[in-house]
Ligand binder design. Structure first.
Ligand code: COA
Length: 250
């Protein structure tokens, strides 16, 4: 389990807070495992009615830890933590909300395809540099992205790696509302409390009805993961990862 994920309670709301500020909340295998456990346990706990993801000021998440990706590329072993997390996210039984401030990269962005409501500050920035890293979209984003924002915007975003500023992410449907920084957490928690106060069975059935068939998303996540693992072994990916890990900061 990871100390870089803090699990907190706010009434009937479970807060899953990514807290690795020195690495801009890059996600390690241990962090994924802790988040998976929190969602599974929260779903099983009748006193919890919603899950909320927060990051730290300036960084929701810089995406998967690139050191971990390099380790996968070298050992050929992807581990199961990432895919377990993604499948748990798809199958989450209770509403998922997120509050984003600052950087949201890779899975820091694609997680929002699974959130019911994402709030972001105006300075937030969403980017998926998969292809530039020699990789492919993940987390079901190749299926959910075009469905949400249309093929061309999804192509520019997920294949070309064009970033979206907060206002553009809202326009694309990835973000529900923009909120000023000092009101981000209180706004998300108030809305989560509002959801938590509604009849939980009706909420769950309604949410299920609104979801694309979950099996479709799970199948796509598995296909993407297979291709992603193959790409991690490629010269393109190794070169891009090495360039990041050996870069000189000036
Ligand atoms: N994996 C591992 N470490 C990461 C990381 C990641 N995804 N993102 C940032 N870090 C680390 C940096 O290596 C740096 O560590 P150091 O201080 O020990 O050198 C620290 O976090 C701060 O990052 P830095 O690059 O100095 O901050 P910045 O504000 O200039 O840039 C980013 C922030 C996120 C734009 C930049 O770090 C970046 O591009 N990261 C990679 C993002 C990425 O490609 N994610 C995977 C998507 S699939």
């Amino acid at each position: 389990m990871s100390d870089h994920i803090q699990i907190e309670r706010h009434g009937a709301v479970q807060i899953i807070r990514m807290n690795r500020p020195d690495k801009k909340n890059a996600l390690t295998r241990a962090m994924y495992a802790t988040m998976t456990k929190a969602i599974v346990e929260g779903d099983a706990d009748v006193s919890i009615r919603a899950h909320v993801f927060f990051g730290v000021p300036g960084a929701f998440s810089a995406g998967n830890d690139l050191q971990d990706f390099m380790a996968f590329a070298t050992s050929g072993n992807m581990g199961s933590e990432v895919i377990d997390f993604l499948i748990t996210l798809v199958n989450a039984k209770k509403p998922l909300l997120a509050g984003v401030d600052g950087l949201a990269i890779g899975i820091g962005t694609t997680i929002h395809f699974h959130c019911d409501l994402t709030f972001a500050t105006p300075q937030s920035y969403f980017k998926t540099p998969f292809v530039d890293l020699g990789l492919v979209p993940e987390a079901g984003s190749s299926l959910l992205g075009p469905a949400l924002m249309g093929h061309q915007r999804a192509f520019a975003f997920l294949a070309m790696g064009e970033g979206l500023h907060a206002v553009e992410a809202k326009e694309a449907g990835l973000v529900y509302k923009l909120v000023e920084t000092d009101e981000l957490e209180s706004t998300v928690l108030n809305v989560a409390a509002e959801i938590a106060a509604k009849p939980p069975e009706a909420m769950q059935i309604s949410r299920d009805l609104l979801h694309m068939p979950r099996q479709d998303a799970v199948e796509r996540i598995k296909l993407e993961a297979k291709l992603f693992a193959e790409r991690l072994q490629s010269e393109e990916a190794r070169g891009a990862l090495m360039a990041f890990l050996t870069r000189k900061k000036g």
